[in-house]
Design a protein around this ligand. Sequence first.
Ligand code: HEM
Length: 481
Amino acid sequence: MNGDAQSLASEPLPGGADPGGCPADRGAAPGARSAGGGAAPGARPADGGAAPGTPGCPITIDPLVGSLAAETEALRTAGPLARIDLMGAEVWTVTTHAEARRLLTDTRLVKDITRWNLWRDGEIDESWPLIGMVDAGRSMFTVDGAEHRRLRVKTAQALTPRRLEELRPVVERVTARLLDAMAAHAAEAPDEPLDLKSAFAQPLPMSVVCSLMGVDPALEPRLHHLYEAFFSTLTPQQERLAVLRELDELYHDMVRRKTASPGDDLTSALILADEGGEPLTAEEVRGNLEAMVAAGHETTVTLILCAVRALLTHPDQLRLVLDGQVGWEAVIEETLRWESPSTHLLLRFATSDIEVGAGGAAIREGGTGGAVIREGGTGGAVIREGEGVAMSYRAIGRDRAQHGEDADRFDVRRPAPIRHLAFGHGPHICPGAGLSRLEASVALPALFERFPGLCGVAVAGTRNRPVLTQNELESLPVRLG
Ligand code: HEM
């Protein structure tokens, strides 16, 4: 039995998400407030019978990320479109591969926060803990259509397979430096466990993305600290807004200096780019730089850590890889599917009503709220104009209709290609997918080659950090052997 299945057996579903009905005593998330057309978190709808994951009975996404396994199961049961409470904001989330593929290319869903009913109605404002991930300034992350293509094209060109090969020596150099430091630690304190996250998985992607964007390496520890605070749901909102201001200033300053004296890096290339006579503004360069650094490190940290954890807890599969019977690529793709580094990605907004799940029996009768839910079979749910929609990538990676009845099982022998959506789909598909695969394909074999006796210390007890958008481990203690 894998770790996930074990934890499922013993953990309650989040938000009291008993598929039998909306529980009256479900507690609201810390700091949460009622928002949107549905009832306040914890309230039982008037008819008393709405199923979890429907309007008026949202599944509360646990800001402390106490149990991803149980949460994924609750979302899957409620899907393909489930109503969730995201720290006080009631929105939809998509939980299946097929619907995610469809909706991620639906131009009626946009990133523009001014289309969100909760924003327009003043229900959501700067005090919402996740606001910095939705109202993140102008960048490729927050616009759509022709404007999106203009903001994205130069970055995408810098990450083609050929250009990535030029980055390989950087990835190899940083990997070797970190492994040397770990070996020195092992020589000095052979009995002391080492946190693989802080010693290896965290600094590698940060150094690589900073090198790509031309960020001064001396800033890396500060950036790491700022992003930790930014993403943590436990950070008080005033402190998070101060973090955002500091990041803004830091990146503004960087763009100013590179405009005066461009270097051989992607930020300078964005400054100098002349997209059909429409160069990016300083604000747009700053936004893209910030999007790249923010999106370009934690996700890859998670990919590397979750791959190592999966192998350490499935030693038979590790043996297959070390014996050369299965390639590292299979480990990387299966980890991306099984432990999607993005958990709930924020947010798109409907510019008109959109029907979801038509014909699908998975939609059950709902109660009150902004959307109409018809009974399964012929109907579906309607995302109403103005409503917010997230993508629950972890549930999508475990979709049994897409990946089979054993979707909860980690199995590096799964037939390739594994068609997962860990990097999204459609116009906003991750431009850094190739880079993160390159990093993992260098880091993982190098790690196990340098430390063949690597083993986990109480790996089954590893916990997630309180981060809603990423599947981020607190730490991963190991002995190097
Ligand atoms: C395992 C690693 C990674 C995962 C799982 C991942 C996942 C994703 C996903 C799911 C999206 C789509 C978001 C949406 O639908 O709106 C995305 C977008 C993005 N990612 Fe990644 N990412 C990873 C690594 C990276 C890296 C290394 C970089 C940069 C070097 C990067 C930069 C971006 C940017 C800038 C976007 C926004 C693209 C747009 O909106 O057009 N990501 N990523």
